[in-house]
Design a protein. Structure first.
Length: 316
């Protein structure tokens, strides 16, 4: 089975991605938390809530960076609610004491060094922890099997700023470091791709209506952002009609099953750090101007039947 390390900013789609991995035949070595959809403290709490409902509290959870490397924190809007989980009350939430004493960055370095060449790192959040880790241990990227990222964009369409996808816009310097220093295979589930790969509302209804504690939990924490996704404002942002866009789950599915990606582009990529409207925007070097040999695998088409099956299993 695959060895996975997850780096999350536990909003609702991160939760969906984690649950996908828990239901799959994968070994989760740890989950590192970072600022993003909500404060890193809430991210830690939310991650524990997910593990609790899945009976997997033995998986270690680590607290990481609370802010981006430079610049202001971008508030994740209110899309996932102020607590990242739709502000649905949870009186039985596990205690925050369950968070490991070891910090996320050192845990990341330790776990990858303990399993050289074997770990797939799935990052579904601003890349602050990963950037700090590679600055401390520059050998880290060469020891990863693969790095799967939800983030960036290919058509300069933003969901946070005009041209910025949230995970990259929330820490452009970190995204820059990761895309330029991690010389391991990198797989990208970019914003537009996730929008073009929506699942139907009909699927979403069936998915949430499953008779299980996990499905009831998901329906509760998802209500806030689900209602928002169905409004006119989001129809523009979500490109080409509405539907279920579980962004982070695409990166996870690719890490879990090698047959998930059906078509992809292979180009060098980087991130814009300055610019009035373009800070945090991903740039794709289709011609070769950047003289970079490393090419990222940019997902274009994935197996959506397989995706629906994995999503269903996640809430069983
Ligand atoms: C990304 O931003 C976050 O809000 C989501 O969890 C996802 O990781 C989408 O742009
Ligand atoms: Ca996320």
């Amino acid at each position: 089975s695959k060895k996975l390390l997850l780096d999350v900013d536990c909003g609702v789609d991160d939760a969906q991605a984690i649950m996908l991995a828990l239901a799959a035949n994968a070994e989760i070595l740890g989950i590192t938390c970072v600022h993003g959809n909500t404060s890193v403290e809430n991210v830690c709490k939310n991650t524990l809530r997910v593990l609790q409902v899945c009976n997997k509290l033995e998986i270690p959870v680590f607290k990481g960076a609370s802010k981006p490397i430079l610049g202001h924190e971008i508030k994740g809007g209110n899309f996932h609610g102020s607590d990242g989980f739709g502000d649905a009350p949870d009186p039985n939430a596990p205690s925050i004491d369950m968070i490991q004493e070891e910090g996320a960055v050192s845990a990341m370095i330790r776990i990858i060094n303990e399993n050289p060449g074997q770990v797939s790192l799935v990052a579904t959040a601003p890349l602050t922890n990963l950037a700090l880790a590679v600055r401390i241990d520059s050998s880290l990227p060469s020891k990863l099997k693969g790095l799967y990222i939800m983030g960036g964009n290919t058509e300069s369409r933003g969901n946070t700023t005009v041209c910025g996808e949230f995970n990259f816009a929330a820490d452009p310097e970190a995204a820059y470091i990761v895309l330029n220093d991690y010389l391991c295979p990198i797989y990208l589930a970019c914003w537009e791709f996730t929008c073009y790969s929506k699942l139907s509302w009909e699927f979403c209804d069936r998915w949430l209506a499953q008779d299980s504690e996990k499905a009831r939990f998901m329906a509760r924490i998802f209500k806030h952002s689900l209602d928002l996704s169905k409004t006119e404002r989001f129809e523009k942002e979500l490109i080409a009609g509405t539907g279920l866009v579980s962004c982070d789950s695409y990166a996870m599915a690719a890490a879990i099953n090698d047959a998930f990606i059906l078509e992809s582009d292979h180009f060098p990529v980087s991130v814009e750090l300055t610019g009035t409207h373009t800070r945090g925007m991903m740039v794709v070097d289709t011609v070769g101007f950047m003289n970079k040999t490393q090419k990222a695998c940019i997902m274009k088409k994935v197996n959506l039947d397989m995706f629906e099956q994995m999503m269903m299993a996640a809430l069983k």
